[in-house]
Design a binder for this molecule. Structure first.
Ligand code: NAD
Length: 467
């Protein structure tokens, strides 16, 4: 099938490369000339395992890139909208989606034959059949259903494992205004044999995506709230608690290929220093806001967000046991990406951690295997004044405190690196991925101190900042 994808961000490029791999002819469109140039030269536009190989294999043949949206639409049979849907004042901002829809509609005005438009961006229920349909119909002079197909196909990939997730999806949700739209989408995904398919209407497809993200966020905040209690209960370790819960048959589900989804694959019940990224925070916020705009109170979703907002405080509560004051103390933050194996820093918990450290006067270094000056992170205002370390050894060379924020596999080497350097800083494990016995001084989220914390004699800056 000939497919155009509007928006070459994380979702657009992965979708484009994987559909090209599946045999389709794909044109990726973006407003950003730098992304188009990268893709046209056979390079990926973001850091994702396996993406560079796919792009190199198909660029210039089955995978093309352009800034010319109208030409891309006219040259294809199906157009996916994969632009961003950021949060604006707590509500979904549909500016990019509606802008793209209007441009697609204009391109369809004179295009002969049936064309299918599919929303892949995450949009609140009612958007595709409401404002997107209106924008398309107004600009094209055609009516959805009779004049063009209109579908909604939410994307469930996770950054860091996006290519694998897209290539082996756990489900396909195909929303559409009519059977013809469903059939077109089913043909697009024809190569994904054995994957459960839900054919539904557009609003339900939209809601499935939000409900899925809200469920994951709820599990994380649930585990995080319990981690706060566990920290105060000697002998109780949240990592062991969640492992025990994960093994319940009620948390065990099967992937399409028959693999049981159990811990450690089912990592959403793990306590940590909070969720981030471009999806969970904004999507839960948008869903709560939609409910509230309809006169509902959404206390559960609001609580999920509140727990997440304050979860980085747990790191500082652990820190306060050892360092009542941080002024002038060299502190290293390990991980800037919101999760491992991605260069995406949107809503990363590293930012509130850095902000708090700065307010407390710490000397901050940071190290991330992917995010750094080369990805422009040094230009982020939130990281002003932070020293970017070249590698793990450089990151911890001077550190008195090391705070692990992102679950990068490389950080497993921390104990060896410290041993080689003859250093024993306080290690605060924000993701519970390190072995406590490997460190002279270790604190982990959701775990009581080996030696009970001493009450702070003074109401220090740090202790006062932590509940
Ligand atoms: P992104 O911000 O990385 O990329 C969006 C791209 O769209 C940008 O490159 C921008 O320049 C481009 N764009 C905007 N308007 C355009 C237009 N009119 N024409 C051409 N290009 C245009 O966004 P993303 O992270 O890929 O997310 C896209 C959507 O998918 C969002 O709704 C998001 O919630 C959803 N989603 C994201 C993920 C994820 O892990 N990132 C997962 C599932 C769903």
């Amino acid at each position: 099938m000939k497919v155009s994808i509007i928006g070459t961000g994380y979702v657009g490029i992965v979708t484009g490369a994987c559909l090209a791999q599946a045999g389709h002819e794909v044109i990726c469109v973006d407003l950003d000339p730098a992304k188009v140039a990268l893709l046209a030269s056979g390079q990926p536009t973001c850091h994702e395992e396996g993406l560079a190989e796919l792009v190199a294999r198909h660029a210039g043949t089955r995978l093309r890139a352009t800034q010319d949206l109208a030409a891309a639409v006219r040259a294809t049979e199906l157009t996916m909208i994969a632009v961003g849907t950021p949060s604006h004042e707590g509500r979904i901002d549909l500016r990019h989606v509606l802008g793209a829809a209007a441009q697609i509609g204009a391109a369809l005005r004179d295009k002969p034959g049936r064309h299918c438009v599919v929303v892949k961006s995450t949009v609140v229920p009612g958007t595709t059949d409401g404002p997107v349909r209106e924008a398309l119909e107004a600009a094209s002079g055609r009516v959805a259903g009779a004049g063009f197909g209109l579908g909604m196909n939410p994307e469930f990939l996770t950054e860091g494992t996006a290519v694998a997730d897209f290539s082996r999806p756990d489900r396909l949700v195909l929303g559409g205004v009519d059977a013809a739209t469903h059939d077109t989408l089913a043909a697009l995904y024809g190569g994904f044999a054995g994957v459960p398919v839900i054919r539904t209407d557009n609003a339900t497809a939209e809601m499935i995506k939000y409900a899925s993200n809200a469920a994951l966020a709820t599990m994380i905040s649930f585990a995080n709230e319990l981690s706060r209690l566990a920290r105060r209960l000697p002998g109780v370790d949240i990592a062991e608690v969640t492992r025990g819960v994960h093994l319940s048959q009620y948390f065990t589900t099967r992937l399409a290929d028959g693999r049981a989804l159990r811990a450690p694959i089912a990592s959403f019940l793990e306590a940590g220093c909070g969720f981030g990224g471009s999806c969970l925070p904004k999507d839960v916020t948008a869903l709560a806001a939609q409910g509230e705009s309809l006169g509902l109170s959404m206390p559960m979703l609001r609580a999920v967000l509140a727990v997440n907002r304050t979860q980085p405080d747990e790191l500082f509560a652990l820190l306060a046991r050892h360092h009542p004051r941080l002024a002038g103390v060299p502190v290293t933050v390990l991980g800037l990406a919101f999760k491992p194996d991605t260069d995406d820093v949107r809503e990363s918990p590293a930012f509130p951690v850095v902000a708090r450290l700065r307010a407390l006067g710490a000397r901050i270094s940071a190290y991330d295997p992917v995010v750094g000056p080369a990805t422009g992170a040094d230009r982020l205002e939130a990281l002003a004044g932070v020293r970017f370390a070249a590698d793990l050894a450089d990151a911890v060379a001077q550190a008195e405190v090391v705070i692990l924020v992102t679950r990068w596999a490389q950080f497993q080497a921390l104990a060896d690196v410290l041993r080689a350097a003859g250093r024993a800083p306080l290690v605060i494990d924000g993701r519970r991925v390190l072995e406590p016995a490997d460190f002279a001084r270790y604190e982990g989220i959701g775990r009581a101190a080996a030696t009970p914390a001493q009450p702070q004699p003074d109401r220090s800056d740090l202790a006062a900042a932590c509940r």
